[in-house]
Ligand binder design. Structure first.
Ligand SMILES: [Mg+2]
Length: 278
């Protein structure tokens, strides 16, 4: 963290797919808002179901230096320079040049429960671990590089379930697990959620002395619900094709006009202009 020209008053947590990124994995429609974020030195925290490797692609493209919340909150990564090392919580691991705070058990430990639940319910699941890269590219439109990285999951499983999805989710919940969904896949995690991890990271920023921080969260889909429940100012963008994801309702939710990054752009500009930066 460098010296700040503006007071640190706001943290922005954002989902990637279909929120900051459009269907071509591009954030161009949000460029005006991104320029304002840079000008006001607002921490932009990517909060995604993507893996660490995938998220790094967008961190580099966006040229930001903040911590990353990966795999629906499975872990918070602290790339070099993103946070004062001396203020990280005990238990943070040092791995491949950065600190990691793990908030969930392993993806492998979830696999037997997923397969067993599918059997009991009488459905089939196809996990991302069993999908060839070409199939992941076909489903998501991601590059081959990102599709490879999407399989390197540590805390959550991406899967497809062609029928009886509601029954499967109910069975998984009975087992104390947390199924949800994003743009292309169902997701299975254990105790983790985007909301818990964003809460934890907000607490770490407050411990640096920024007690009056406001938190804003941007999402488009069901797996963003825990994040939108946690932040002070929740924003929902329109889904590809228009309209909002069904069932994503929280108090004070601001539904933005505009699909993905177009709605994001409007929402962030209004948010920043609405803050007293004195
Ligand atoms: Mg999304």
């Amino acid at each position: 963290m460098d010296t700040l020209d503006y007071p640190l008053k706001l943290l922005i947590f954002t989902d990637l797919n279909d929120t900051l990124l459009d269907q071509n994995y591009d954030f161009k429609p949000a460029e005006r808002a991104l320029a304002l974020i840079r000008e006001y030195q607002i921490p932009l925290i990517l909060c995604t179901s993507k893996t660490r490797g995938q998220t790094e692609i967008y961190r580099r493209r966006l040229n930001i230096r903040e911590p990353l919340i990966v795999e629906n909150g499975g872990a918070i990564h602290f790339p070099p320079g993103s946070f004062p090392i001396g203020r990280l919580p005990a238990g943070s691991l040092y791995e491949n040049g950065e600190y990691i705070l793990e908030l969930s058990g392993s993806a492998e430990s979830l696999l037997p429960s997923l397969l067993e639940a599918a059997k009991i319910v009488g459905t089939e699941v196809e996990t991302i671990f069993d999908m060839p890269v070409e199939r992941i590219m076909g489903i998501t439109g991601m590059s081959s590089e990102e599709s490879e990285l999407a399989r390197e999951r540590s805390y959550t499983i991406y899967f497809l379930c062609p029928w009886k999805r509601d029954e499967l989710f109910a069975e998984l919940r009975r087992r104390g697990l947390k199924p949800t969904w994003g743009s292309y896949f169902c997701h299975l995690g254990a105790t983790n959620s985007k909301g818990q991890s964003a809460h934890k990271l907000t607490a770490l920023y407050r411990e640096l002395g920024f007690f009056d921080l406001i938190t804003a969260g941007f999402g488009d889909n069901m797996n963003d619900l825990p994040l939108l429940q946690m932040v002070n100012m929740p924003f929902l963008v329109e889904r590809p094709g228009g309209g909002y994801a069904e069932g994503v309702e929280v108090d004070d939710l601001k539904k933005l006009e505009g699909i993905g990054p177009a709605g994001w752009n409007r929402g962030v500009i209004d948010l920043i202009n609405g803050i007293d930066w004195e």
